[in-house]
Design a protein around this ligand. Structure first.
Ligand code: IDP
Ligand code: MG
Length: 164
């Protein structure tokens, strides 16, 4: 396939997707992976991790001033279930990933999206996805070492991504 620059429409991108502890408790790991996999996106990194307070605080650094920030960090770091951290790759995967996930508040999320189908509460919305090329780059770097992200090709890539 032609490699359009990441961050431009149709470009091959990588995004950070994380199943939050409530999503793991709810048994949604396979369901989330299936929705990205069946679309044609490529899993290039995955691990279970209980994030440190520092990692969770940095990940959600832009929300520091919000009243729910402390609860959000506690929810991510409690260890009552790990976070399933993933990197997914493919054309427009950052924006498409947000569509697959659905709106932040599950009550606004479309049926057919993960949050729309499985969740009710904004404080228990099961999944995270990077919201821009910039945040995807930062978040992948925060959660993954370079050696934990893999360059690989589908043997049938030409049947998923056309050159034009
Ligand atoms: P996003 O996850 O859709 O990108 P953000 O606005 O970046 O949404 O918020 C990050 C996370 O913070 C949300 O997914 C949710 O878990 C939590 N959050 C956002 N707003 C609220 C709220 O009003 N109450 C409780 N938690 C919230
Ligand atoms: Mg966000």
């Amino acid at each position: 396939p032609v490699k359009t620059a990441a961050g431009t429409k149709g470009g091959i991108e990588r995004t950070f997707i994380a199943i939050k502890p409530d999503g793991v408790q709810r048994g949604l790991v396979a369901e989330v992976i299936n929705r990205f996999e069946r679309k044609g996106y490529k899993l290039v990194g995955i691990k279970a991790i209980v994030p440190s307070k520092e990692l969770a605080e940095e990940h959600y650094g832009d929300l520091k001033a919000r009243p729910f920030y402390k609860g959000l960090v506690n929810y991510m770091t409690s260890g009552r279930a790990p976070v399933i951290a993933m990197v997914w790759e493919g054309p427009d995967v950052i924006r498409q990933g947000r569509r697959i996930i659905g709106a932040t508040n599950p009550l606004d999320a479309e049926p057919g999206s993960i949050r729309g189908d499985y969740t009710i509460s904004v404080g228990r919305n099961a999944i995270h996805g990077s919201d821009s090329f910039e945040s995807a780059t930062i978040e992948i770097g925060l959660w993954f070492k370079p050696t934990e992200v893999f360059d690989w090709k589908f043997t049938h890539e030409e049947w998923i991504i056309s050159a034009n």
